[in-house]
Ligand binder design. Sequence first.
Ligand SMILES: Nc1nc2c(ncn2[C@@H]2O[C@H](COP(=O)(O)OP(=O)(O)OP(=O)(O)O)[C@@H](O)[C@H]2O)c(=O)[nH]1
Ligand SMILES: [Mg+2]
Length: 164
Amino acid sequence: QIATGEAASHERPSCSCYQILVLGLDGAGKSSIIHYICSTEAKMHIAPTQGFNSAQLQANGLQMDLLEVGGSQNLRSYWNHYLSKAHVLVFVVDSADGLRLHTARQELHGLLAEDPQLPLIVLANKQVGLFFHLGLSTETFLNLGPTDVLELQLPSSLTIGHSG
Ligand SMILES: Nc1nc2c(ncn2[C@@H]2O[C@H](COP(=O)(O)OP(=O)(O)OP(=O)(O)O)[C@@H](O)[C@H]2O)c(=O)[nH]1
Ligand SMILES: [Mg+2]
């Protein structure tokens, strides 16, 4: 499930290379998703990102630079340094981590306050998780406006090797 933010009015320098900033709490699945997108293979064991992790993608004549900044608490203070160069923010949430969904929401809203115009994709990972069982939608839980939400079905193979 993906929720998108306001994209149309966002003005960044235009170029054929787009920087996609991938953020979210530690363990949310950022590196796993980047690895899957770049290799179409799931990887069972991925070390926590100490610092950042980058990958390049070419699609439809566009080059996309994916930049993950690690999500552990000591790295989160660096997140906002990367906002100004980003064209899109992908915020990954571990839907199974009920105890830290509130923290994820706070961190996300901190970023949105810094850069309200940045287009946003929220990726709700590990959908076996708590708020799906409770019937809560991603946008409700993260307190995002209902008009910002677009639902997409990700290929189930994204979670090959995982339980959700
Ligand atoms: N069950 C399940 N586990 C997943 C999924 N995606 C990632 N994981 C696991 O969650 C753990 C953390 O994944 P990472 O991709 O390292 O998380 P991260 O967001 O990059 O974490 P940091 O680099 O520490 O910020 C790993 O053990 C992954 O195998 C998923 O969709 N389902
Ligand atoms: Mg990582």
